[in-house]
Design a binder for this molecule. Sequence first.
Ligand SMILES: *Cc1c(COP(=O)(O)O)cnc(C)c1O
Length: 459
Amino acid sequence: MKENLVEQQDKQYVWHPFTQMQGWLENQQTVICEAKGIKLTDTEGRSYYDGVSSLWVNIHGHQRREIDEAIIAQLGKVAHSTALGLANIPAAELAEQLVALAPDGLKKVFYSDDGSTAVEVALKMSFQYWRHQGQPKKEKFVALTQAYHGDTIGAVSVGGVDLFHRTFQPLLFKTMQAPSPSCYHCSQDVTTCAKQCLQEMEALLAAHHQEIAAVIVEPLVQAAAGMLMSPPGYLAAVRQLTKKYKVHLIADEVATGFGRTGKMFACEHEGVSPDFMALSKGITGGYVPLAATLTTQKIFDAFLGDMESKRTFYHGHSYTANQLACAAALGSLKIFRDDKVIAGLEKKVACVAEALRSIASLEHVGDARQRGLIVGIELMQDAKSKTPYPWGETMGARVCLKAREYGLFIRPVGDVVVFMPPLVSTETELLDMLALLRKAVVAVTEEGAVVSGGGGAHF
Ligand SMILES: *Cc1c(COP(=O)(O)O)cnc(C)c1O
């Protein structure tokens, strides 16, 4: 197939995120020109299931009438006016609704534009809070190994994905690391692992709480690390520790928020109310960028004072509280209410769990894990001995390319094939997508066996 004009323009001018551009330039690329419901259509007229919700953001499908109309109605009024010195209608309304939905105790909403900035805001607010409290030594953060909180420098500083973050080490502020309780490669059972990880977290807090501002976690699922699921009770236990040692808890719900895990927010599964909650990705239903950092009255109050008191939070972005984005978010929340989206998830989640069994039992699937409508399928050379594929075989990427041939768009994280369908997907669609995914895993991992000499002769 020959390159069309858009593909030529793209290759000449666009630098893609998280992409080795050499491979991009050498290979044929898909250009999306339309989408409706849970399907994307390309310029060649082929269509694909949006199996990763356009990178975890889409909730109710594309061209959703309610969100389209909310944006169009807002366009007829005003698209944007600054939030510096001015209020606006959809931002005020949305803040009220977010506070009503969020765990108890979160009362204030600070807007920004994407997940990374929502995290930056939480980090800076926590840091500044302790200065206002006369505890300026509390300026360090505890993050988990394998954590991902975004790509701006502050967010990278609390990140722990070596492949993405190591290069920038000299630019980062120092963070304390506690072990992630979600390792699938050791032989320990998860309960033992979680217990040890919590002991290490407690030891860290006990020794250093006077220098620690906050602990930051991705509640229940470390997403970008490869959909690593925390053992039950881990989040609630971390919350207890942060209370005991008087440090903040920042819950980064950028990936898990808005129904992904089966409840509106992942924190609800364990009755946790953090000091800060970062929201973005699903907030507008996947339409336009918007983020919110929610926090408590107590933290908000610590920033009050006259100008001389120097308690102002000096942070903000040009498009903070953008009206079109807030209108889209209001449209999305209305669909959650009108369609009883959360109540409808239980059956869908069970349906995925059932279909996943026939994938989990495949020869080269080392682990197939799920939380709500978040699925990670970990490919391995030998599932029984948990032997990974050699680096460079890019099995995850190959499975995803194969799936695309079959009409399913998905993306890997290393050798973990991620499946994160829009919440609106029906059970029939979920089963259809998982059947295509299974077919792709089988096709590629069997090819892989042939390539490496007919069944692992080299190992
Ligand atoms: C995606 C993600 C971010 C970063 O969000 P961006 O909008 O890409 O900046 C932060 N935290 C988590 C948990 C994420 O999954």
